[in-house]
Design a protein around this ligand. Structure first.
Ligand code: G
Ligand code: G
Ligand code: MN
Ligand code: NA
Length: 250
């Protein structure tokens, strides 16, 4: 309850900020973009992780105001980066309940003067299942503008392959639990390999999440995974460290 009251004023008090975690393209061996991850610097509690406040934001409806802030900040930050770098933003199902989200995204892109093709929206499987039936039309309108959509945490939801037919996803992000176990559980490696092969046939790129070891990276390279993300490449970094990271990893 206290946290909820505090969250209401968090934007105005400028306590929210974004950190950015890179995607590394294994073929080109270069960083192709960054996922924006929300952080809350609470004056007393310190850094509050999204797992502790996104749920509250969704229940109270604050997610609309917060989500608008996130997309505007992500686009504004993106405008300082090279043109061939994208930004990926996480969305909650609840945000698509508000049809104003479409106009918010369009305006954020226009104000930042960045091409829609440089913005990616990350949604989860469970989102496509949810009662928020308005997600489909909004996502389709965004796709028409050139915004891309990634299916996040793939494998953790119901993982019906039907989802892959519902929307022209640009990317599938294989959940980090699979990457963690793939070198110790043969079944898990089989799943990762199959997802990559399926995605290739569907002309969808694959990102492996949560890559923490050089062995995992090498294996993913062998099985032709397109992109990787994880602490091995970089932890999420502050906005002002992004350009430095692009320089050092070039
Ligand atoms: O950064 P971290 O690993 O703590 O993120 C935890 C969870 O919070 C992830 O599932 C991520 O998708 C979610 N998350 C991070 N930033 C945002 C955001 O801006 N909006 C929404 N809706 N979820 C976010
Ligand atoms: O659900 P989503 O994939 O959006 O959440 C991403 C979360 O995973 C972020 O909170 C991020 O901090 C975390 N993360 C990113 N890379 C790694 C990693 O290599 N290992 C672990 N354990 N977590 C990671
Ligand atoms: Mn994500
Ligand atoms: Na994910």
């Amino acid at each position: 309850k206290a946290l909820q009251a505090d969250l209401e004023g968090a934007i105005a008090r400028e306590e929210l900020f974004l950190v950015f975690q890179p995607f590394l393209d294994l073929g080109a061996n270069r960083i192709t973009g960054f996922e924006a991850l929300l952080r809350w610097q609470h004056p007393q509690r310190g850094l509050v992780p999204p797992s502790e406040f996104i749920g509250i934001a969704e229940e109270t409806g604050l997610i609309h105001e917060i989500g608008e802030w996130v997309v505007r900040r992500a686009c504004a930050t993106l405008s300082d980066w090279p043109d061939d770098i994208r930004v990926a933003v996480n969305f909650s199902a609840a945000q698509f309940h508000n049809t104003g989200i479409l106009q918010t995204i369009v305006q954020a892109l226009a104000d930042a003067k960045v091409s829609p093709s440089r913005l990616e929206i990350e949604i989860t499987e469970s989102m496509l299942l949810s009662k928020y039936g308005s997600a489909g039309p909004i996502l389709n309108a965004l796709l028409e503008l050139g915004v891309t959509v990634a299916l996040d945490d793939f494998g953790t939801g119901f993982s019906s392959l039907t989802y892959l037919r519902k929307l022209p996803f640009s990317r599938i992000k294989i959940d980090q639990s699979f990457i963690r176990d793939m070198l110790v559980q043969p079944d898990c490696a089989a799943i990762v390999k199959s997802v990559i092969s399926l995605a290739r046939d569907l002309n969808i790129d694959v990102v492996a999440e949560g890559v923490e070891t050089a062995d995992q990276l090498e294996y993913l390279r062998q099985i032709s995974c397109d992109e990787v993300q994880g602490y091995l490449i970089s932890r999420p970094v502050a906005a002002d460290a992004v350009l430095k990271l692009l320089d050092t990893k070039k």
